[in-house]
Design a protein around this ligand. Structure first.
Ligand code: RFL
Ligand code: PHB
Length: 394
C-alpha cells in the first residue's frame, strides 16, 4: 500500500488530520488499533473552545455541532462556605465555548470519513513506524490476518498516550516532562437534565464538577483517592458524595438517576519534546497529556492538527518545509500554556492529601483573589476560553 501521510490512531486527532488533509488534496490512510465500536464507546471530553469549533466547522464538521452543541459564556466556580462566582469568558475574552461530547465529535468524523470513502483501517495491530529518519518511511501492521506494509512520505503519530509512535523516538532524542497528581476523577454519565452552568467546586471533601452533553445527559465528576475502585462507588454513594461537595442550592438542583457510564481516570500531565522525529510528527495525546480540569486535552489535539495539516499542505502544495520545520516549536508554545493552566487550575480546585494548613490558607487566598480581582478573573477567562492559534484568525 502507498499513501502520502500514514496516520497512526483514529481518535479525534487522527481522523481530523485525515479530513483536513483530504480537503487540501492530500491522501492519507488511518490505522486504528481498536474496533470502531470501541472508539465510539469511549466517554471523554465535553468542552470545545471556540477555536476548536471554528476548525471543525471550517472543515465541514459543524452541522450537528452547531445544532446540538450548547454554547456557554463561561463557567461557575464554587468553594465551601463562599458565594459562587462566574468566570465570564465572553465578557472578558470575547469567546464562548461549546459543550458537545467527544463521542459526538468522533461520530461526526467517522461519518465524514465514510462519505469520502476514506481508508480508515480499524483493528490494525502491531503497527510500527519504520525508517522515519530517511526520506522513505513506511509503516508495518497486521490487518484481518494479513501482514501489510504502507509506504508514505510522512507518518503522523496520533495514537494517544499509550501509542507506539512516541516510543520509537530514541531516549537521547526526546525530553519527557511529567507531573503525576495524587488523586483521580470518578466520572458518571446519567440521562438526567444537567444544571445550568458548568460548575467547578472546591470542597473539604474534594473537588467536584458538573458538566453536560445535552438537555437530557449530564456528566459529573468527583475527586477520589487513587486506590478507589469503581466497585466501591454505587450510584447512591456517588450522588450523595457529589451533592455534599456543592452548596445547598446547587445540590438541590442536581437531578439524580441511574448512571449509564462510570469510570475512574488518574490525573497526570506529560509533555514530550520535540514533537517530531525525522518524518514522524506527533499530535494530540501522543505528545502530551493534561489533567482534565482545564478541559484542554481535546482542544490541544485540534490545535496540533491545525498546525500539522497546514504544514503538510505547505509541503505538498507549495513545496515549502518551513512550517514542518517550525511545527514542533509552534505547537509546543500552545501546549505548554495549556499544561500550565491545567496544572494551575488543578492545584487551585483540589484538596491534596499532603496539604498543610499553610497550603490550605494560600489556596483560599488565591480563590478569594480570583473571586474579587477583575484582573485575575480576566486572566482565567482568557485561558479557559482558549488562546489564539498562531498565524490564523482563530
Ligand atoms: P485518543 O483519543 O486517545 O486517540 C488515540 C487513538 O489511537 C489509537 N491507538 C493506536 N492505533 C494504532 N496503533 C497503536 N499502537 C495505537 N495506540 C493507540 C487509540 O485506540 C485511539 O483511538 O487521542 P487524541 O486523538 O490525541 O485525542 C485526545 C483526546 O482524546 C483527549 O485529550 C481528551 O479526551 C482529554 N479530555 C478532555 N479534553 C478536552 O479538551 N476537554 C474536556 O472536557 C476533556 N475532558 C478528557 C476529559 C479526558 C478524560 N479522560 C478519560 C482521560 C475528561 C476525561 C475524564
Ligand atoms: C466534561 O464535560 O467531560 C468535562 C468538562 C470540563 C472539564 C473536564 C471534563 O474540565
Amino acid at each position: 500500500m502507498k499513501t502520502q501521510v500514514a496516520i497512526i490512531g483514529g481518535g479525534p486527532a487522527g481522523l481530523l488530520l485525515s479530513e483536513i488533509l483530504h480537503r487540501n488534496g492530500i491522501e492519507s490512510v488511518v490505522l486504528e488499533r481498536r474496533s470502531r465500536a470501541y472508539v465510539l464507546g469511549r466517554i471523554r471530553a465535553g468542552v470545545l473552545e471556540e477555536g476548536s469549533v471554528k476548525v471543525l466547522c471550517d472543515n465541514g464538521l459543524g452541522d450537528r455541532l452547531l445544532r446540538d452543541g450548547h454554547v456557554h459564556d463561561g463557567a461557575q466556580l464554587v468553594w465551601a462556605g463562599r458565594d459562587s462566582f462566574f468566570i465570564d469568558c465572553y465578557k472578558e475574552a470575547g469567546k464562548r465555548f461549546t459543550t458537545y461530547g467527544q463521542t459526538q465529535v468522533q461520530e461526526d468524523l467517522f461519518a465524514a470519513a465514510d462519505r469520502r470513502n476514506a481508508t480508515v483501517l480499524d483493528e490494525a495491530t502491531d503497527v510500527m513506524p519504520m525508517d522515519v529518519t530517511t526520506d522513505r518511511p513506511y509503516v508495518t501492521f497486521k490487518h484481518r490476518g494479513e501482514n501489510l506494509r504502507l509506504d508514505c512520505d510522512f507518518v503522523a503519530g496520533c495514537d494517544g498516550k499509550h501509542g507506539v509512535s512516541r516510543s520509537i523516538i530514541p531516549a537521547d532524542q526526546q525530553k519527557f516532562y511529567e507531573k503525576v497528581f495524587p488523586f483521580g476523577w470518578l466520572g458518571v454519565l446519567s440521562e438526567t437534565p444537567p444544571i445550568e452552568h458548568l460548575t467547578y467546586a472546591n470542597h473539604p471533601r474534594g473537588f467536584a464538577l458538573a458538566s453536560m452533553r445535552n438537555p437530557m445527559l449530564s456528566r459529573y465528576y468527583i475527586q477520589v483517592p487513587l486506590d478507589n475502585r469503581i466497585e466501591d462507588w454505587s450510584d447512591d454513594r456517588f450522588w450523595t458524595e457529589l451533592k455534599a461537595r456543592y452548596p445547598k442550592e446547587i445540590a438541590d438542583a442536581i437531578v439524580t438517576g441511574p448512571s449509564i457510564e462510570k469510570s475512574i481516570a488518574p490525573l497526570r500531565s506529560f509533555v514530550t519534546e520535540p514533537m517530531r522525529y525525522g518524518r514522524l510528527f506527533l499530535a494530540g495525546d501522543a505528545a502530551h497529556i493534561v489533567p482534565p480540569t482545564g478541559a484542554k486535552g481535546l482542544n490541544l489535539a485540534v490545535s496540533d492538527v491545525f498546525y500539522l495539516s497546514r504544514a503538510l499542505a505547505s509541503h505538498f502544495n507549495h513545496g515549502s518545509d518551513a512550517m514542518l520545520d517550525s511545527y514542533s516549536e509552534m505547537a509546543l508554545r500552545r501546549v505548554w500554556s495549556s499544561v500550565r493552566f491545567s496544572w494551575w487550575l488543578t492545584n487551585l480546585m483540589h484538596r491534596f492529601p499532603d496539604m498543610s494548613e499553610f497550603d490550605q490558607r494560600a489556596q483560599e487566598a488565591e480563590l478569594n483573589f480570583l473571586a474579587t480581582s477583575h484582573h485575575a478573573h480576566a486572566s482565567v477567562a482568557e485561558q479557559y476560553a482558549g488562546l489564539p492559534f498562531e498565524g490564523a484568525h482563530i
